[in-house]
Design a protein around this ligand. Sequence first.
Ligand code: HEM
Length: 135
Amino acid sequence: MPLIRRLGGDEGVAALVDQLSARVKADPLMGPYFRDVDEAALNRHRSMFLSALLGGQHSYTGKTVAEAHGPFRLGDAEFDAFLRVMRETLEAADVPAVDRRTVLRRLSRLRADIVSRGVSVAPGAPVFGGPESSG
Ligand code: HEM
C-alpha cells in the first residue's frame, strides 16, 4: 500500500494538517507568525502541498514555498520547530516510525527554500544589514 494510502489518503493528510495547525499556532516561536493569517485558506494550501509532496491526488497551485516564506526571513530555529511539531503531530496520530521518517525527510529537503536567515528574528523585530545598509 502506498504511503499516501497508509496516511489515510488526502482526507488523512487534511486531518493531519488541522492537528499540525493547532500545534503550530500554540507554539511560542511559530505562533506569532500566524496572527493575521486566514487559517482555513492556509490549511487548504498546506493540505494541497503535502498531498502533492506525498503522492496524493492534489497538485499544488499556491505560491512557491520560497515566495510564501521569504518575507518572514525565517531562521533555522523556526524551521526546526516546524519539523518538531510535525513529528509530534505524526506521533499523536499513530503514524508508524518508518512513515514519519519519510514525511520528515521530504519536508526537511525544503529547508533551503524556507530559511532565508541563519539566525531567528522575532516577527516585527527590526532587521539590520539588508542590501540598503552600508555596514
Ligand atoms: C517544511 C516546512 C514548511 C512547509 C512545507 C510550509 C508550507 C506552507 C504552505 C504550502 C503555505 C501556503 C502558501 C500559500 O498560501 O500560497 C505556507 C504559508 C505560510 N507559512 Fe509555511 N511552511 C513551512 C514552514 C513554516 C515555518 C517554519 C513558518 C514560521 C514559523 C511558516 C509560516 C508560514 C506563514 C506565516 C504562512 C502564510 C503566508 C501568507 O499567508 O502569505 N511556515 N506554508
